[in-house]
Design a protein around this ligand. Structure first.
Ligand code: SAM
Ligand code: SF4
Length: 333
């Protein structure tokens, strides 16, 4: 599928739920969001029908996200059934890792290929501050479980937020001894912006990928590690829009995703599907096309028509828009 700007669209990110077992300060209010009721979220048979049609339209890769995708009951079966759909050759997951110790082996056996785990700090107290209810061991154990289950690559994603004063070098060093691919993501203006209570997006909190790399390189030089080297030829599979580097002799890589400082809209290959059946042409847009009605009716031609409209409506770029009606947990990050 080519959109009106000539981009090939072959990637669908699916939010399985807007619920989550964490309440990260930049993603959800403390009290949580008013969760969608059961009837509003896409049933698995509807989701599978959508993915089947998507595959005939050229979608090859699917990422499951949320909310926390692993809190949705039956997710292992869903992966197994998606994996059987002709044309779908890569299913991946974005998770906070909490449920991986219980589920990683089953997910792998069901055909899940790759896992991204979100971890924003290496400090236990700060982890609980950011997630409001989590303990760092939960996510660290999740990373161990993903490696043990044999996922490759295992990526660790950290959103860089200036006021959190994160230890970027400490993160980058996670790539030294294990095949972990650490990625820093610029803080994006999604959901409400400028929360007076210190939560929510503010421009002053954005740290560019270049600045993060400079901080890492300065610290690494001081420790005798040498600087990050461009990782030509050794990008992890499904690298997406990240720029990858590695330390000399490291098992993993260090990547930088810069949606703000270096737009990658020109190579955007994705659509997003929200848990309640809204097909979204762009993360930074409030446009949502109803695909649930067509899926409920089991009308494949109508599902295909919604894909055609979504692709036709993909904007050329996000034009530095700030704030969206829905937060990341509702859009599907
Ligand atoms: N619960 C899962 C998790 O945390 O990995 C999946 C959903 S979460 C919304 C997906 C990713 O979006 C997480 O890595 C999270 O850190 C990231 N995210 C949330 N709000 C963001 C923002 N404003 N800018 C950049 N990344 C954000
Ligand atoms: Fe949950 Fe992920 Fe949002 Fe944190 S970032 S509240 S783990 S959905």
């Amino acid at each position: 599928m080519k959109d009106s700007h000539g981009r090939t669209i072959d990637y669908l990110r699916i939010s399985l739920t807007d619920r989550c077992n964490f309440r990260c300060i930049y993603c959800m209010p403390e009290e949580g969001i008013e969760s969608l009721c059961h009837d509003d979220i896409l049933r698995f048979d509807e989701l599978l029908a959508i993915v089947r049609v998507a595959a005939t339209k050229g979608i090859r890769r699917v990422r499951l996200t949320g909310g926390e995708p692993l809190v949705r009951k039956g997710v292992v079966d869903l992966v197994r059934q998606m994996n059987d759909i002709p044309g779908i050759d890569d299913i991946s997951l974005t998770t906070n890792g909490v449920l991986l110790p219980r589920m990683a082996a089953d997910l792998k056996a069901a055909g899940l290929k790759r896992v991204n785990i979100s971890l924003d700090t290496l400090d236990a107290d700060q982890f609980t501050y950011i997630t409001r209810v989590g303990a760092i061991e939960q996510t660290l154990d999740g990373i161990d479980a993903a490696l043990e289950a044999g996922f490759n690559p295992v990526k660790v994603n950290a959103v860089a937020v200036r006021r959190l004063n994160q230890d970027f070098l400490g993160f980058a060093k996670l790539s030294l001894d294990r095949p972990l691919h650490v990625r820093f993501i610029e803080y994006m203006p999604v959901g409400e912006s400028g929360g007076a209570d210190g939560t929510g997006w503010g421009k002053e909190d954005v740290i560019s990928a270049q600045e993060i790399r400079d901080i890492i390189n300065e610290g690494a030089r001081a420790e005798g590690l040498g600087e990050l080297i461009p990782a030509e030829g050794s990008r992890p599979e499904g690298g997406g829009p990240a720029e990858y580097y590695h330390f000399e002799g490291a098992q993993g890589t260090v990547g930088f995703i810069s949606p703000l400082s270096r737009h990658f809209c020109g190579s955007c290959n994705r659509l997003r599907l929200s848990a309640d059946g809204g097909l979204m042409p762009c993360l930074f847009s409030d446009e949502r096309l109803d695909i649930k009605t067509a899926a409920e009716a089991g009308d494949e031609a109508a599902i295909a028509a919604v894909f055609d409209r979504a692709i036709g409506n993909k904007p050329d770029e996000h034009h530095d828009r700030v704030g969206t009606e829905r937060g990341m947990s509702q859009i599907g990050g």
